[in-house]
Design a protein around this ligand. Sequence first.
Ligand code: SAH
Length: 462
Amino acid sequence: MVLPLARRALLAGRRRLLRPGAAPRGERRLSPLSSPLSSPPLPAAPAARLCSGGEAEAAGGDGAMLRHLARKLRACGPVTVAEYMREALTNPGQGYYTRRGGVGESGDFITSPEISQVFGELIGIWYISEWMAMGKPTTFQLVELGPGRGTLTEDILRVFKQLHSVLSKCDVSVHLVEVSPKLSEIQAVMLTGGKVQPSPEDESAYMKGISKTGIPIFWYRDIQDVPPGYSFYLAHEFFDALPIHKFQRTEKGWREVLVDIDPEVPDQLRFVLSPSRTPATQNFIQPEETRDHVEVCPEAGVIVQRLASRIEKDGGAALVADYGHDGTKTDTFRGFRNHKLHDVLSAPGTADLTADVDFSYLRKMAQGKTATLGPIKQREFLKNMGIDLRLQVLLQNSGDTATREQLLHSYDMLMNPKKMGDCFNFFALLPHHRLVHPDKKDKPESKSPLPPVAGFNELLLK
Ligand code: SAH
């Protein structure tokens, strides 16, 4: 059943104007950079508070976040990198995402859905393919974590519309988890034309509306607020924005990297090492760890635990796409501003801060409640999903040379191993019964084989 339908979506002719792609974060990261942790060894955090006279001014920003952090550091001492990142990104008044949220060509970094419509279309096909493989439940929620400008959901909903004959008996709703008021406004315009209303107080959603294709959409601040129910989850470049703890192995054992005021340079932040072990070093470093520097994102772990519990209880699947590694990398903490690398400690609140996702940690945090697939490289996933056929169709349907060049350019950005093809990965959480028949042990011969999971295997087309 999936086969002709997927083919129909891949062959659909509609093409949206492609945005000229600025460099994505993953690509930029490939250029050499001087790691803030690789230069002089970190001094241990001093026991006494250090004061830098005068008020701080951030270069390029209005300095409000730096002033706020400087006051906090003077009063309370160094903070963990996680605390620093949380403040810089999502502080309700001055956080980067709260105020600026610069996804897209005119912002600070560009993401795959912003580069090409094909990306979101193939993800839309993935959800339909899984919905069918799971027996076409009569209702499902599409839940996106960190939807940015709403482009990915928009492209997925277009596929759902193209396949409306298949989905017509299914009650679909969209649920967006977004902390940024600024980005939720942009999403509302993108997805509903701006026709949204604040949610009544008795609902957990802070805003709701109807998509241009007639599907109800709700906005939440936290995954916990999303109502339970059969759900397909999506997290694209979401986990890399969550706060990480950083740890350094020293002769005296593991120490946590902290952020403090630099005593030599007024109003400048610097990294220091905790003078002794911290609760985080005790809890997050595995005894068998062999690396000298480790980053851990407990918030990502908690969210994956929640997703896995929800999928185990109510059914569905989660697709995570991000740049990352499988428990091998060390210092990946980076800042981006205006599509360029930016010192992570300079002008906090004015730049995007990000760290590679550790998929081995996500797998561990699923705690066996679901099966996991991946990470698989973006170029393999998209190839399996039929990106080459989709490109051919769009090329055939485009009349002018500029559009054809744009299509080839965006394909290259997504697929080239030196650009986003290799460093971005796909990872999925699926109910165990999606991969193994529940009664396989007892009667292995009695069941027909389960359909392969698209993307991680080739999408079947006829
Ligand atoms: N998925 C989009 C945007 C990625 S940027 C894309 O690929 O284009 C990260 C997104 O996560 C932004 O929408 C940001 O506002 C949101 N975000 C960051 N931290 C969050 C948090 N703790 N809870 C919910 N959303 C968050």
